[in-house]
Design a protein around this ligand. Structure first.
Ligand code: C2E
Ligand code: SIN
Ligand code: SIN
Ligand code: FE
Ligand code: FE
Length: 357
């Protein structure tokens, strides 16, 4: 076979990995492209999660997620997964003997990274011409050679992003450590903020960043005395003055003008207690003087605290909290942001009940 005739096709493959950094999107584009160029009915594209000794396939609309563990019991799996698992296990052996599996109905091939490490597996079924042949194998090998290393990099990027998010979440939990009631508060704040950002039509990057950084809004509470944070009753004026400093403590802790995520996190820490019509703290800003990320997080924070139990207050019902946000539209909250929140009550409700303390 002339390999040069496949160059445009192969370029489409590398392009499809490079145009986005989101692993799920990459995998869905790749498997569509493989299906189309190999002329097959089904393409199952798995990536190898090394630490978990697992092959993972992203969920599709109709089918759920598929996870095959190396320890899985083969006869209980559907046939195509048995084939994938058998080949996968062979690959985990010191000297893999078979580099592929092919019969007339299916073709299965491992994808390799830069040190011939297993990056994933591709499993095809139902060739439109009736059966798989050596030509199919050759083409799939070519595609595999072309996407293996880019996919390895994509996986690495995904790992770094996931690890970054985990570190941030642990940091946010550290801020809430003093407060027994607030374990999942930080995580929910990120999810509400993301819902609003999406609904305001903000770009993917902003949505991903605010989901990541809004959970750190109260990190400055690390610098506030436990006796104040855990006080069962109302704060004295003096105590509240001290408490207000958590905004600037958080800002100074997080600020790094060279880092986009930390800049957003610092803006949020500083601005989340400002009010749209003024009267908030620490700077008594108004309207768009308050960063957009700060305006968004203000809604998320107040809603979540209202619907939660705190040492100083009982939990409100979700509907009462929605009413509160509605009433303070314009006064406390940016009306457009509040509307982006109130328009999605079902989703917000779902987040609130799915991540209970
Ligand atoms: P937080 O618990 O994270 O509360 C965040 C914000 O949610 C509050 O900011 C306020 O805007 C809103 N919020 C919370 N609970 C209620 C409520 O029962 N009614 C109303 N209308 N709004 C509520 P704020 O007021 O600036 O407070 C900042 C932080 O100061 C609070 O963070 C909390 O840690 C502390 N704090 C505020 N009030 C009290 C209090 O009465 N007793 C104690 N022990 N701490 C308080
Ligand atoms: C906490 O209460 O410690 C978490 C932050 C918050 O409630 O807003
Ligand atoms: C800052 O000092 O952190 C910014 C001041 C401001 O925007 O109010
Ligand atoms: Fe706060
Ligand atoms: Fe908060």
């Amino acid at each position: 076979m002339q390999h040069s005739e496949h160059v445009p096709l192969l370029l489409r493959f590398t392009n499809s990995i490079c145009v986005t950094t989101d692993l799920n999107t990459q995998l869905s584009h790749l498997s569509e492209l493989i299906k189309e160029s190999m002329d097959v009915e089904t393409c199952l594209l798995f990536v190898h999660l090394k630490e978990q000794r697992t092959l993972w396939k992203r969920p599709e609309k109709r089918r759920g997620e598929i996870k095959i563990h190396a320890e899985a019991h083969a006869p209980s799996l559907p046939q195509e997964q048995q084939i994938v698992l058998a080949l996968f296990r062979e690959f985990l052996q010191p000297n893999p003997s078979a580099a592929f599996h092919m019969n007339e109905n299916s073709l299965t091939l491992p994808l390799l990274g830069h040190r011939n490490e297993l990056i994933g597996m591709v499993h095809l079924q139902g060739h439109s011409k009736g059966e798989f042949t050596n030509k199919s194998l050759e083409l799939l090998r070519l595609i595999g050679a072309c996407i293996g290393i880019p996919l390895e990099n994509a996986l690495l990027y995904h790992k770094v992003r996931t690890s970054q998010a985990k570190i941030i979440n642990k940091l946010s939990e550290a801020a809430e450590f003093k407060d027994d009631e607030a374990h999942t508060h930080a995580k929910r704040i990120g999810l509400y903020a993301e819902v609003m950002a999406r609904n305001l039509g903000l770009d993917e990057e902003f949505c991903a960043l605010i989901k990541l950084t809004a959970p750190m809004h109260d990190i400055g509470k690390i610098g506030i005395a436990e006796s104040i944070i855990q006080k069962p009753g109302p704060l004295s004026e003096e105590e509240f003055t001290l408490m207000k400093r958590h905004t600037l403590i958080g800002h100074d802790l997080l600020a790094d003008p060279e880092d986009e995520a930390l800049t957003m996190a610092a803006n949020i820490a500083r601005d989340h207690h400002e009010k749209f019509a003024g009267g908030g703290y620490p700077y008594d800003k108004k309207g768009e003087e308050i960063s957009l990320e700060g305006r968004i997080t203000a809604v998320a924070d107040v809603f979540d605290v209202l619907t939660s139990k705190r040492p100083y207050k009982a939990a409100w019902s979700i509907d009462r909290a929605f009413g509160f946000i509605q009433n303070l539209r314009e006064k406390h909250f940016d009306p457009e942001v509040a509307d982006a929140f109130l328009k999605n009550q079902e989703e917000i409700h779902f987040i609130r009940v799915s991540f209970e303390d």
